[in-house]
Design a protein around this ligand. Structure first.
Ligand code: SAH
Length: 330
């Protein structure tokens, strides 16, 4: 019998070490180069907002095959040579296989297993679809108390879980499932404390509802299709919805200013997704131009990736509102 979060951590470690995740799913930076370019420009503008520290860490958590950062650095080089010269590239990645891919595209980077070994310097952090891969625990409301889900022989079983009730304050209905991602909360607390003490900002793009909501969101993708998350551990990508409200709250309590979450479509449109795409499309042959425009729509349209995916920023409390998070005009 194994706790669900330990099962998920182990299964994903095997999966990312052994398989090509992009054979099973695609992500925003792989859909359009403009995604990474926009995030690079976000980092450049935010660097100025925090006082243009030199040197500064540019960190990506979970860089996959390095596409986002490659596109971001190209955009930064084009408009902010001073930021390019000041930045030190650090990558958070546990998979040796993906580290090797990243090394081919991002020479000069430094790798870490987690955030806690990053040098004590001002930092700008980018993370796309990183938090959703972190392991979750699940609690179920039963008979006025709480049970925790464990994995045994490919099945979920429920066992009494002392201490679960205090975590699961949200659930009221019997049978409701409440998820907690302790690794994500630890990252929020670490960044909150770090950003309270030093200039910096962190931008997370991921999928999940705006408000914490009960429900089982654990899902597996194998060979590009939904699969049983508990069958053949390591053969499928396991993810869960990000609880943005809990993540934001943990970071705020630790001292960071929080902006968002803002739906991804709105965030990217505010930062010029369609203008940049149009400008790029004009220089391309017709089929590629249409592909770029379709890709931008896929990232931004509400019934595609534009609403379920959200952007959330954590900042040093003295930092002005970063781009894309401005209040709506009344
Ligand atoms: N950001 C990329 C990849 C998303 S897949 C993209 O948008 O395409 C998730 C990434 O996080 C992979 O690089 C995976 O190896 C990494 N990862 C997953 N769990 C991790 C953990 N616990 N610590 C560090 N990296 C992790």
């Amino acid at each position: 019998m194994e706790r669900l979060d330990r099962f998920m951590a182990c299964a994903n470690a095997i999966y990312y070490a052994a398989r090509d995740p992009y054979a099973d799913f695609t992500t925003s930076p792989e859909i359009s180069q403009v995604f990474g370019e926009i995030l690079g420009l976000w980092a450049a503008v935010t660097w100025r907002l925090i006082g243009a520290p030199d040197p500064v860490l540019l960190v990506e958590a979970g860089p996959g095959r390095g596409t986002l950062m490659t596109d971001a650095l190209r955009a930064i080089e084009g408009v902010a040579a001073d930021f390019r010269a000041a930045l030190r590239l650090h990558l958070i990645e546990t998979s040796p296989r993906l580290r090797a891919l990243q090394a081919g595209r991002l020479p000069g980077a430094t790798w870490h297993d987690g955030l806690d070994t990053l040098p004590r310097m001002p930092l700008l952090l980018l993370a796309n679809e990183f938090l959703d891969a972190l392991p979750i625990r699940q609690f179920v409301a039963r008979g006025g108390g709480w049970m925790e889900r464990f994995v045994e022989d490919g099945q979920l079983i429920e066992c009494p879980s002392p201490g679960a009730a205090s975590r699961a304050g949200l659930c009221r209905e019997a049978g409701e499932v409440y998820e907690v991602c302790e690794s994500a909360l630890a990252i929020a607390r670490w960044l909150g404390a770090r950003l309270a003490a030093r200039p910096g900002a962190a931008l997370f793009l991921d999928y999940g509802p705006e408000a914490s909501a009960p429900g089982d969101s654990l899902q597996a993708i194998r060979d590009g299709r939904p699969a049983d998350p508990l069958a053949s551990p390591g053969s499928a990508d396991l993810t869960a919805h990000v609880d943005f409200a809990a993540f934001a709250d943990a970071a705020r309590r630790a001292g960071a200013a929080v902006h968002g979450p803002v739906p991804q479509g709105k965030f990217l449109a505010r930062l010029g997704l369609f203008q940049r795409t149009d400008r790029l499309a004009r220089t391309q042959p017709p089929a590629r131009a249409l592909g770029l425009i379709e890709a931008a729509r896929r990232l931004a349209e509400p019934d595609r990736m534009g609403r379920l995916f959200k952007a959330l920023a954590l900042c040093h409390p003295g930092c002005p509102t970063p781009p894309g998070f401005e209040a709506e005009p009344a």
